[in-house]
Design a protein around this ligand. Structure first.
Ligand code: RET
Length: 278
């Protein structure tokens, strides 16, 4: 049982949540187009990062659409407020979505900072294991959020331990590899750590919301928090990683090579053409 079902909502509270959900899945649809269209702007070795961004967008789009439809079906207008009808609202769908998106977002980072071979495989195992452990222990805890007995706090604390492990490994992956990357992108790689740390912390904040602000307004604040976290940790993060991949590719001469190829295909002059051909 989730805190959402305990309250009734006035027109403003209900509508704000409804609109925020729409913004959430629209942002994922827009992100999907962006990642598909820009994937060829970087070297082939970075394309897995764009594919993973696209996977994240599709799964988040579907999850937010389901959550949005669920909100509209759960709460019915009784003439003065939106009240629970004959079905309940659940945030559990979010956790199922995270079990796809958390590993995908973390593996994307390994691809963009250029981790390969054994280190890549080890990184994938750590990220997938710690990510799933964090999500599923939190999933168990959220069932207890209305009365908040011991399991709510214990599972939340266990989940936080895995979160700390992820943050540590992300720190080492970004700051540890920055010096191997071109100077121009180093500040951006470090910014990825801070973006991830700040935006991912919004999720435990939303988990704790019923304990901090147990009211209809608290529910509105929680769903806004989730949406800000979703758009920044998935879309903004993916765009930032994409920019890093494009810059490194350009510094390695990828843009020029593509321009030359395009000119040659059109039958124009390229640097490799013998003089006097045209
Ligand atoms: C939970 C339970 C309470 C303790 C902690 C949590 C952390 C959740 C996080 C989720 C991140 C989700 C992302 C989804 C993107 O698609 C599970 C709420 C620490 C960090 C990034």
């Amino acid at each position: 049982m989730n805190a959402e079902n305990q309250f009734s909502y006035n027109f403003f509270q209900y509508s704000i949540v409804d609109h925020v959900f729409t913004f959430g899945y629209a942002a994922m649809a827009a992100g999907l187009v962006y990642f598909l269209v820009t994937s060829r702007n970087a070297l082939p070795r970075y394309r897995l990062a764009s594919s993973l961004s696209a996977v994240v967008m599709v799964s988040a789009f579907l999850e937010l659409l389901v959550i949005s439809l669920q909100w509209q079906r759960t709460f019915v207008w009784d003439g003065s407020a939106y009240v629970v009808g004959d079905q309940l609202f659940s945030n559990g769908f979010r956790y199922m979505n995270w079990s796809i998106d958390v590993p995908a977002l973390l593996v994307q980072l390994l691809v963009v900072v250029g981790v390969t071979g054994v280190a890549f495989r080890r990184g994938v195992v750590i990220f997938v294991a710690a990510g799933l452990a964090m999500v599923y222990t939190g999933y168990v805890g959220q069932f207890y959020e209305v009365d908040r007995p011991a399991p709510f706090w214990v599972w939340g604390a266990v989940s936080t331990v895995f979160f700390a492990v992820i943050l540590l490994v992300v720190f080492r992956t970004t700051y540890g590899n920055a010096s191997r990357l071109p100077e121009e992108v180093r500040p951006l790689v470090k910014a990825v750590f801070w973006l991830l740390a700040v935006t991912w912390m919004l999720y435990p904040g939303a988990y704790l919301m019923p304990a901090i602000w147990d009211s209809a307004d608290g529910v509105v604040a929680r769903q806004i928090t989730y949406t800000i976290a979703d758009v920044t940790s998935k879309v903004v993060y993916g765009v930032l990683l994409g920019i890093i991949a494009q810059r490194v590719s350009r510094l390695e001469g990828y843009g020029e090579a593509r321009a030359q190829q395009a000119t040659a295909l059109r039958g124009g002059v390229t640097e490799v053409d013998p003089p006097g051909r045209v």
